[in-house]
Design a protein around this ligand. Structure first.
Ligand code: 5GP
Length: 175
């Protein structure tokens, strides 16, 4: 299989992640108990880079959901596969997502995490496909808006392949 075509380069990603980390560090205080909640599996590289660039205290949790049924088309049904392990009550939660497509997953996650009674819930996503939005969900910290195409790399996969590419790319339909 040939390599995906670069859509967002490694350098562009690193610059954007640094800028997001700076904004987040400015907007939360040193006294805020910030919990980054990474959504498995796709956010693992983004979360690792973002977390290491923050200059404020932070802890890490993971959550796992299954967004799509057995087919490849979103049904809008989201199922919780793994909840956060730590206590997030009265803490400031920042959901760290790889990609927002229809928005169903992020909307579900906000509601789910709010049920743990945190001090606040905000959202951060590396990539958003704005034109695919089906529900109104705000992304407080966004990396990039892209068009309607399947992207891989920097944590994102196609059939579990290409997650460790340092850039975000598009798999050619002929592959
Ligand atoms: P949503 O609920 O917003 O429709 O879907 C979000 C989830 O769909 C993401 O967390 C991701 O798992 C998957 N997804 C949507 N578009 C893409 C894409 O272009 N590439 C990859 N790898 N996953 C995607």
């Amino acid at each position: 299989m040939s390599l995906p075509v670069v859509l967002i380069s490694e350098e562009e990603i690193q610059q954007r992640v640094a800028a997001l980390a700076e904004r987040i560090s400015d907007e939360y205080g040193d006294d805020d108990e910030l919990v980054l909640v990474g959504v498995l599996k796709g956010s693992f590289i983004f979360l690792a880079d973002l977390a290491r660039k923050l200059t404020i205290p932070r802890t890490i949790e993971f959550i796992a959901v299954s967004s799509y049924g057995s087919g490849s088309k979103s049904t809008g049904a989201v199922r919780l596969v793994m909840d956060v392990r730590g206590n997030i009550e009265d803490k400031h939660v920042l959901i760290v997502e790889d990609i927002v497509d229809t928005g169903h997953t992020l909307k579900y996650l906000i509601g789910m995490l709010e049920s743990h009674r945190p001090a606040s819930v905000k959202t951060c996503a590396l990539v958003r496909k704005a034109e695919r939005a089906e529900v109104d969900v705000s992304v407080d910290y966004l990396g990039f808006d892209i068009g309607d195409e399947w992207v891989v790399g920097y944590g994102l996969d196609y059939a579990e392949q290409n997650r460790t590419l340092p850039y975000i790319g598009v798999v050619k339909p002929t592959d």
